[in-house]
Design a protein around this ligand. Sequence first.
Ligand SMILES: Nc1ncnc2c1ncn2[C@@H]1O[C@H](COP(=O)(O)OP(=O)(O)OP(=O)(O)O)[C@@H](O)[C@H]1O
Ligand SMILES: [Mg+2]
Length: 283
Amino acid sequence: MVRFRPKRSPQPAVDVPDPSDHGRGTHPAVYVERATKVYNEGTPEALVALEDITMRVEQGEVVALLGPSGCGKSTLLKMIGGLYPATEGRIFVDGVPVTEPGELTGMMFQKPVLFPWLKVVDNVLLPVRTQGAKRADFLDRANDLIALAGLSGFGQRYPWELSGGMQQRVAICRMLMGEPKVLLLDEPFGALDEMTREYMDLELRRIIIQQNRSALLVTHNPLEAAFIGDRVVVMTPRPGKIAGEVEVPLGRDRSEGLLASDELNVYIREARSLLELAKDSLL
Ligand SMILES: Nc1ncnc2c1ncn2[C@@H]1O[C@H](COP(=O)(O)OP(=O)(O)OP(=O)(O)O)[C@@H](O)[C@H]1O
Ligand SMILES: [Mg+2]
């Protein structure tokens, strides 16, 4: 099977100036250093969306970003993905300064944005096809990903023949096709009903761990945040700042049974109260 080798960003990896890196020889998957975002800066419509954000995602770590609507979660994710520049501060992915969208990150949004005229397998193949790769060279990999996402037998169907949850699985496969190191997920299951969302959370966590990726998942749901995250980072209302974080030491493999467990509930409650404190500006 041919592996897709993404082109690296032209910038060399730099040492992230964070004392806790010394001696480890690895870069965090994501490092945001004192980032601020002002939309429409210098105009009467100027809006401070994010203020002095410093955060990191370690290699292989899954971090959930939890915050109220409008606090700047999507803005932060888009800045890490290179879609928007930071007004102040610096952002690194895998030690490389982010200046534009690159192959180190893969993004997924609330809606799957699939092409209705392409079969599932061809939607999955898009990231390599747009780079000029031959379909046949990557077909096995696409089919492996389709199987990994529990969609065996649906490769030859069109997106409109699938349910909402199945369409989001296709979007997960497409994101993984380009072999990004860091997955940036913006409320990927926000449009699904609660039961399907919980099931998809379970599947997503399984796939991230199995594929050994790092991920940053945006949500405003404390249950989703604690179940998916090794750590939950909580933000204040706009201008978004980091209010605090909750470690969720519940292991790498998380099963369905955990979803309704007292164990998980402890961390859901912690994340929820931190969110409430942040909302009431009591921190
Ligand atoms: N392109 C833009 N131009 C100007 N302002 C913007 C832009 N995108 C977002 N904003 C503003 O920045 C703030 C943060 O928006 P953002 O979409 O990042 O919030 P969010 O936390 O993702 O919210 P939600 O949970 O509702 O998705 C909002 O006040 C929004 O109006
Ligand atoms: Mg958003």
